[in-house]
Design a protein around this ligand. Structure first.
Ligand code: EPZ
Length: 416
């Protein structure tokens, strides 16, 4: 991506459907008894990979990318296996484990393997499914799960893992009897998944709190569901607008999904307008440094850490940014340093000493949110910045350069 920094971003942008809601919601169609229609499905690499995986299992997948509409028919599923070559490119594939073993009594899913931002094991997923009666074996890099019929139980998560909560919740909706899931993740994407499952006929209460109660059903119907707006995409555009000293309004988003980020932006001097379905941000000059610690929702989201750090690199003062969710999520730091940022990493914390100006340079994306961070920094830097390996960005942002150009950014995608 080629960027010429220095433009102030102004205008409105509509966010796409949330990647981290769409992934588990599309997987939940496995549990349905009839075809399901999903609206506002973002056209992202990760979504296309998931559609390939579901089609590989025999599900009929009709993803109209232009209309962001996906129709999934689970009645043609003939395989309960998720092969390594698909899972290794998109770790959220492990979400199929719970639904498959709940509906078919069998699943064979490749272990996802490592990831740039951390080891990301799935032990909480597996122990949760075992609590519901699944027999779990690990063989040659695959998880094999068997169960005559899952039986509802109390499952207390050791950590409020988003993926483990989603996997076990999807399994519990077809288990026999009641399940009580405790210490659950409370992210808005969990709430959206529960809404989709309820639309299919599942009986769930408490989603979005630490305790979710499920009455298992023998089977589910079909559903029509529209995915919530992507709060991380929204936060990314708000950071870009703020860091460039502009005025941006993000449409198609529920402000409270992003409250922990809005509070920090206000601490940093931004004027925030929380509307019905939109968020506006206006800057009153240079951002002020402020400290951030990432935590599970409703704490500051780890997926916004890199983007917020980009804004702090040109803030007035020093900010301490602490990453508590993943063990290796500062890979954007050395790349930001190439643009002149002054950042020192000490263990889980990065100390960012704000500079008046950054200077454009060639940098390299290392993971999805690091790519967004480098683009924000490039938009603030003087002169040209090129961000290479931009395929990382395409995993989680739909038409990013088009949306930024509409806000006045000088940015274009050029062949590597
Ligand atoms: C989801 O990942 C998101 N991905 C991530 O977004 C997000 O960063 C993360 O939640 C935290 O909000 C999707 O929803 C597809 P976790 P997930 O389980 O479910 C450890 C992005 O940029 N852990 O809450 O994998 C884990 O290693 C991506 O869109 C275990 O140890 O997150 C991590 O340190 C990146 N064992 C911490 O818990 C487990 O069984 C939080 O992981 C599961 C997790």
């Amino acid at each position: 991506m080629k960027i010429h920094g220095g433009n102030v971003l102004r205008g409105e942008v509509e966010v796409s459907g949330a990647k981290n809601a769409a992934l588990p919601v599309l997987v939940s169609a496995i549990l349905a008894g009839k075809p399901c229609t999903f609206e506002r499905v973002p056209d992202l690499m990760d979504i296309r990979t998931l559609c390939k995986l579901l089609a590989n299992m025999g599900m009929t997948v009709d993803f109209n990318r232009k209309a962001n509409r996906a129709v999934l028919d689970p009645t043609s599923i003939h395989s309960q296996e998720a092969p390594y070559e698909l899972v290794k490119t998109m770790r959220a594939s492990v979400f199929v484990l719970g639904p498959l073993v709940a509906k078919y009594g069998y699943a064979k899913v490749s272990l996802p393997g490592g990831c740039a931002i951390g080891a990301r094991p799935i032990n909480y997923h597996l122990t949760g499914l075992e609590k519901l009666g699944a027999r779990i074996q690990l063989e040659e890099g695959y998880v094999i799960a068997n169960a005559k019929r899952l039986v509802g139980n109390r499952v207390a998560f050791e950590y409020p893992s988003v993926g483990a909560t989603e996997n076990v919740l999807m399994a519990a909706v077809l288990a026999q009897g009641e399940s009580v899931l405790e210490n659950c993740a409370k992210e808005p994407e969990i709430v959206d998944l529960a809404r989709a499952l309820r639309a299919m006929g599942a009986q769930i209460e408490g989603e979005g709190t630490e305790t979710i109660r499920v009455q298992g059903k023998d089977s589910l119907g079909s559903c029509q569901h529209s995915i919530i707006g992507d709060r991380i995409e929204a936060g990314t555009f708000l950071c870009a607008g703020f860091a460039t000293g502009g005025e941006v309004r993000v449409n198609g988003i529920t402000p409270e999904f992003l409250e922990p980020v809005l509070v920090k932006l206000e601490e940093s001097g931004a004027i925030i307008d929380r509307g019905a379905g939109f968020i506006g941000i206006r800057s009153k000059g240079r951002p002020k440094a402020t400290d951030v610690t990432t935590l599970p929702h409703p704490g500051f989201p780890t997926d916004m850490q890199a983007q917020f750090m980009a804004a702090m690199t040109i803030a007035d003062g020093a900010s301490v940014i602490t990453e508590t969710v993943f063990e290796n999520r500062f890979m954007h730091v050395p790349e930001l340093a190439r643009l002149g940022a002054d950042i020192t990493v000490r263990g889980k914390s990065a100390v960012v000493k704000g500079r008046e100006k950054l200077k454009g340079a060639p940098v390299m994306a290392t993971d999805l949110r690091a790519s967004a961070s480098l683009i924000i920094a490039g938009l603030c830097a003087e002169g040209p910045t090129t961000v290479s390996r931009i395929y990382h960005l395409d995993r989680g942002y739909e038409r990013m350069e088009g949306k930024l150009r509409a806000l006045g950014a000088e940015i274009e995608r050029v062949p590597e």
